[in-house]
Design a protein. Structure first.
Lengths: 293, 427
């Protein structure tokens, strides 16, 4: 009997070694593939990681920063980019830029909104109300393209969630645990700061393109949108491109995810409940099963 | 293996109902008295987790359907309205989107558990095949659900996958036009996908009912793979034992689920799907959701379109034949030293295929994808059939109760083959 068992384990041991060798060969192949892939993945430069007030489980928007970001949007971005899914009322909602209702109303009234038809069948313009959405700078996509050298400035309502960059293995695994969800604002911030002179000898495929370190493929249709000192801040915050881009990125995260703060707050309560409940269930289960053994 | 119903209606009203419709007795026999092998580990809680996920998906989905507009010009906006203006709409949508991922995570663990412990072997073949049908229905449902937000990845994913049918000789193009309801993915495609996305989950509920019925008829497999011999010694009643264990496991799973919903809700999605569908702009990489990536890698590994489509569907269909491809008499990998190794290699190959599915099909990726695809099929068609003849299995415990006792006491020294194996050890 014991001889049989020894023979068996030897046999199994040999097979185990074979299988392990096969796994090793496959692993080496994978590593090589990873090295080869490095070259093709270099089409996009990884944006630097920034610190954001809204990252992590306790993340919160800084109302002052959102108000500054909104100012940058209104004075600069909105000349070409729409924000069609955000309403003026959102500006006064909890967890946002923290405008009072009166302030939001005043902002809305500065915009002309096309309405109608009236009783005579005519379209007319009136001042904006809280329930209105931000009007778009162009009548339609074609008009936007005609005014921007053929490029269509994207709507900014979901932009912070619609932009990302590839994290690669193993970072994408760690991101689950570190809750890194700020690829969008990191990328937007990097692009706004990434305008430089093209490297020697590099030319765009078509005119009207601008070299940007962080834009995939480097040639972006949008010219450098903002200069130092272009937007006036009243709270003493430095008026640099770096600061503008940080503030407007934060504003765009709020615009794309207006309930972010409520989500993280509720998450904390849910997590606390689930973990306590799981603990109670575990001890109940142990108590009940103790009798079965 | 069905427990004899010990249900005795106590009140007169209950007795009156039981004589006319024995529904309380049915619930009692299947959810309270039903005997469960006492040695089940936590991998056996995924059935309960899956039921909870299915119910959660249906509840969140039905509420969202009240706010969603399946019209190509408004679908994207209506989803954003759910996110912004519907009370707790963001919660519903993140639950539903991440719920699909959690559903697949749980079902993959459930399937791998079945493969590890040989749960598909006689008399559980029909139970297993019903499971494969559920997987297919889930894949169809998830695919069509992903199209509904009408983002860039929705649109282009739908275009790529429906175009697969054009590989069918002669009638392929006609079938694709019929699927689309037109000559491209458009409003009519979105409408029918919405209708089917609402229908299929209820078909899943039906097949899940059959799956559970079959399960309760043949009884659960267990980590030893040895059948229940003495209900009194080998099993415990479902309630309170399995009920409490399942409740604990479900709650732990909910912690993971909640982590994704509240802290990383867009981690498993694609940024491109926050850009509205545009038939004129193709995304740089069209990538399906993570749970389709291994199959997507298999599709692209085959250099011919028709061959790729056949390999894709074959990769799922081959699971249905598993009960007959595995020739070993021993169920559990715990007593199959070779199969256990091959099982983990197979899991590794599936993970590598998943990773490859997210990579562009070029250079070394294609080579590895081909090696892994060949291995995937070889696992079922060569390794499993042969293993049954060449593998020397370890002796099985005489009964479930004995295995539990020997674990509690530790193995007797110098006497590894405590009892003659019931099956296995052919040579």
């Amino acid at each position: 009997m014991s001889e049989r068992i020894t023979g068996m384990s030897m046999n199994a041991g040999f097979a185990a070694r074979t299988v392990r060798a096969a796994a090793l060969v496959m692993g080496v192949g994978l590593t090589l593939a990873g090295l080869g892939a490095g070259a093709s993945a270099s089409e996009q430069v990884q944006p630097p990681r920034e610190k954001w007030s809204f990252s992590g489980p306790m993340g919160n928007f800084d109302p002052a920063q959102l108000q500054r970001g909104f100012k940058v949007y209104r004075e600069v971005c909105s000349n070409c980019h729409s924000l069609s899914m955000v309403a003026f009322r959102n500006l006064a909602e909890e967890g946002g830029p923290g405008f009072s209702e009166a302030q939001a109303k005043a902002i809305a009234e500065e915009y002309k909104i096309k309405d109608g038809p009236n009783d005579q069948g005519d379209m007319f313009e009136r001042p904006g109300r809280l329930s209105d959405y931000f009007p778009s700078p162009f009548l339609n996509e074609q008009a936007a393209r005609a005014a921007n050298g053929g490029a269509h400035p994207p709507d900014m309502s979901t932009l912070a969630k619609a932009r990302t960059y590839e994290r690669g293995f193993p970072w994408f695994v760690f991101d689950i645990f570190t809750q890194y969800q700020e690829q969008g604002p990191d990328y937007i911030h990097a692009v706004l700061n990434g305008y430089e002179d093209p490297p020697e000898g590099q030319k765009p495929a078509q005119p009207n393109l601008h070299y940007n370190e962080y834009f995939p493929g480097h040639w972006i249709a949008m010219p450098k949108p903002i200069q130092d000192g272009q937007v006036e801040y009243t709270d003493g915050t430095p008026t640099t491109v770096e600061q503008y881009s940080r503030d407007v990125s934060a504003f765009l995260v709020w615009a794309a995810e207006p309930h972010l703060v409520a989500r993280k707050r509720l998450g904390l309560v849910v997590m606390f409940f689930l973990i306590v409940f799981a603990g109670l269930l575990y001890f109940t289960k142990r108590r009940v099963w103790a009798a079965a053994h | 293996m069905e427990g004899h119903s010990t249900y005795q209606p106590r009140s007169r009203a209950a007795r009156w109902l039981e004589d006319r419709l024995p529904i309380a007795g049915l619930v009692h026999s299947s959810a309270i008295a039903y005997p469960v092998p006492r040695n089940l580990n936590y991998f056996w809680t995924f059935g309960a987790i899956l039921v909870v996920m299915l119910v959660a998906q249906i509840l969140t989905g039905v509420v969202m359907a009240m706010h969603y507009d399946p019209n190509a010009s408004n679908a994207f906006l209506s989803v954003e309205k759910i996110m912004r203006d519907v009370n707790y709409g963001w919660l519903l949508r993140y639950m539903h989107a991440n719920g699909a991922s959690m559903f697949f995570l749980a079902v993959f663990i459930h399937i791998f558990r079945g493969m590890y412990y040989g749960s598909y072997k006689a008399p559980r073949e029909v139970l297993w095949i019903l499971g494969v049908i559920i997987l297919l229905l889930m894949m169809a449902t998830a695919f069509m659900g992903y199209v509904l937000p009408w983002g860039q990845m929705s649109f282009w994913g739908a275009t790529v996958i429906t175009n697969l049918f054009s590989a069918i000789p002669l009638v392929g193009e006609t079938i694709v036009t019929w699927l689309w309801g037109g000559f491209s993915v458009d409003n009519s495609t979105l409408n029918r996908f919405f209708a089917l996305h609402y229908l299929l989950p209820f078909m899943i509920v039906g097949v899940v009912g059959l799956h559970i019925w079959a399960l309760h008829h043949v009884g659960q497999n267990n980590p030893t793979g040895v059948e229940v011999k003495d209900i009194r010694k080998d099993t415990v009643p479902f309630t309170p034992y399995a009920t409490l264990k399942d409740a604990f496991a479900v709650t732990c799973f909910m912690v993971v689920f909640a982590w994704f919903i509240f802290y990383t809700p867009n981690y498993l999605g694609h940024a491109d799907n926050y850009v509205e569908a545009n038939p004129l702009v193709t995304p740089a990489h069209i990538v399906p959701e993570w749970y389709f990536l291994p199959f997507y890698a298999i599709l692209r590994a085959i250099p011919s379109k028709l061959g790729g489509v056949m390999a894709l569907f074959g990769a799922v269909a081959i699971l249905a034949f598993l009960p007959w491809l595995d020739t070993s008499k021993v169920r559990s990998a715990n007593y199959r030293p070779l199969y256990r190794q091959f099982f983990w290699v197979f899991v590794g190959v599936c993970l590598v295929l998943g990773w490859l599915g997210s990579k562009p099909p070029e250079g070394a990726y294609v080579v590895i994808a081909r090696i892994c695809t060949v291995y995937y099929f070889a696992h079922f068609l060569i390794i499993l059939p042969l293993l049954g003849f060449f593998e020397k299995t370890r002796p099985l415990p005489p009964s479930i109760a004995d295995s539990v006792l020997s674990v509690a006491r530790g193995p007797a020294p110098g006497n590894p083959g405590l009892a003659a194996p019931a099956t296995g050890a052919r040579s």
